[in-house]
Design a protein around this ligand. Structure first.
Ligand code: NAD
Ligand code: TDX
Length: 339
């Protein structure tokens, strides 16, 4: 089996590559990544010498480059993680989100149509469903919940999902989509809530909580997301959407306080700052379908996952300090500049 993993130098894609090479040591994994600000080649150091792994620096919007790689590799499965993923950046500058998240997805699927594929899997997000009110805890996102987006990021992801379903219906492309809740774990880029708060705590910097901090997110340990995708690409039904989440809702402020406690830092570091524009109140996934149909269950409880994650950031200071300082962007040049 030859699997293309796009966006594999980012947070979830890299964890997925590690997971797949462990679970399926005989599979070939080809990672395509543009190495944007969010892609970090040093993350993939542990697998760079694996004979079943290949890294290709490539923009998924580069039609010629993508088609040439399909011609060369003839992948069986494509798992598309590549995306602009940060909501705050999409509010500042939507253009690149439309480019990568929508046109990039279409380019990959066009290559799949031309060269044939066993499965195209789109990694989507619960944000395509918009948000739920705080005062109706009995409501959850199911696969039937209408798409109702809030940010340019979520709108671009929803547009991509619609395109994926259009390619299924119009061209018969064998597609699946997963919509997962917020992930956390190793290699999470320190612009996102949990790693940003850990890094700031460790540097005794202010902890910027948007608004009152009462917005709720449904957190899932990244490896559990990887196991869900592994199941979907092997056993999921073509043309179907699968929601992925572990029923672990928490308010932002409670997460930040927990991180302070774990790192023995004072809550006085918490600073309430101007709220995010259009800030979604609550995300909550109903994972009944993937559980009933594919037998998926998350393995890591939040209490354990957050401890493991904090320990990882303590043990891997170099990884995130290089990012915070901007030095990681020189890594590719250092590794590949003279090759
Ligand atoms: P990330 O920002 O950490 O990584 C994105 C990766 O994609 C980076 O390596 C980047 O270099 C690469 N990339 C960006 N534009 C590209 C392009 N044009 N061509 C090739 N590569 C490109 O993101 P993440 O948090 O790992 O998210 C991965 C996917 O999962 C995204 O599609 C995101 O929408 C989805 N998702 C994320 C979460 C979450 O909590 N992080 C939850 C649900 C779904
Ligand atoms: O400094 C911060 N302060 C703060 O209060 C940051 C960065 C975030 N927040 C809040 C905003 C959100 O309510 O924390 C919550 C989580 O924020 P993010 O980490 O930016 O994640 P979110 O906006 O929920 O989106 C994430 O989950 C769904 C990912 O970034 C998306 O890619 C994914 O689709």
């Amino acid at each position: 089996m030859n699997i293309f993993v796009t966006g594999g130098a980012g947070f979830i894609g890299s964890n997925f590559i590690f997971y797949m090479l462990k679970q399926h040591p005989d599979y070939r994994i080809v990672c395509l990544d543009k190495l944007t600000y969010a892609g970090n080649l040093s993350t993939l150091k542990p697998v760079m010498d694996n004979k079943n792994f290949r890294f290709v620096k490539l923009d998924i919007c580069d039609r010629e480059g993508v088609f040439a790689l399909f011609e060369e590799e003839h992948p069986d499965i494509v798992v598309n993680f590549a995306a602009e993923s940060h909501v705050d950046r999409s509010i500042e500058d939507p253009g690149v989100f439309l480019q990568t998240n929508i046109f990039g997805t279409a380019t990959l699927m066009d290559a799949c149509r031309k060269y044939g594929i066993k499965r195209y899997h789109q990694v989507s997000t619960d944000e395509v469903y918009g948000d739920l009110p705080l005062d109706k805890p009995e409501l959850f996102f199911t696969e039937e919940t209408p798409l109702h987006t809030s940010s340019p990021y979520s709108a671009s992801k929803a547009a991509a999902d619609l395109l994926v379903m259009a390619y299924y219906r119009t061209y018969g492309l064998p597609v699946t989509i997963s919509r997962c809740s917020n992930n956390y774990g190793p290699y999470h880029f320190p612009e996102k809530l949990i790693p940003l708060m850990i890094a700031n705590c460790l540097n005794d910097k202010a902890l910027p909580v948007y608004g009152e901090g009462i917005n709720v997110r449904d957190w899932l340990y990244v490896e559990d997301h990887c196991s869900a995708i592994d199941l979907i690409i092997h056993k999921g039904k073509v043309g179907e959407v699968y929601n992925v989440g572990g029923h672990n809702e928490m308010r932002n402020i409670d997460i930040v306080k927990l991180i302070c406690k774990e790192l023995d830092k004072p809550e006085s570091l918490i600073t309430h700052v101007t709220d995010r524009k259009g800030h979604d109140m609550r995300y909550a996934i109903d994972p009944t379908k993937i559980h009933d149909e594919l037998g998926w269950l998350p393995k890591t409880k939040f209490a354990d996952g957050i401890k493991k994650t904090i320990q990882w950031y303590l043990d891997n200071r170099d990884w995130w300090e290089e990012i915070v300082s901007g030095d990681y962007r020189n890594y590719y040049e250092k590794m590949y500049g003279k090759r």
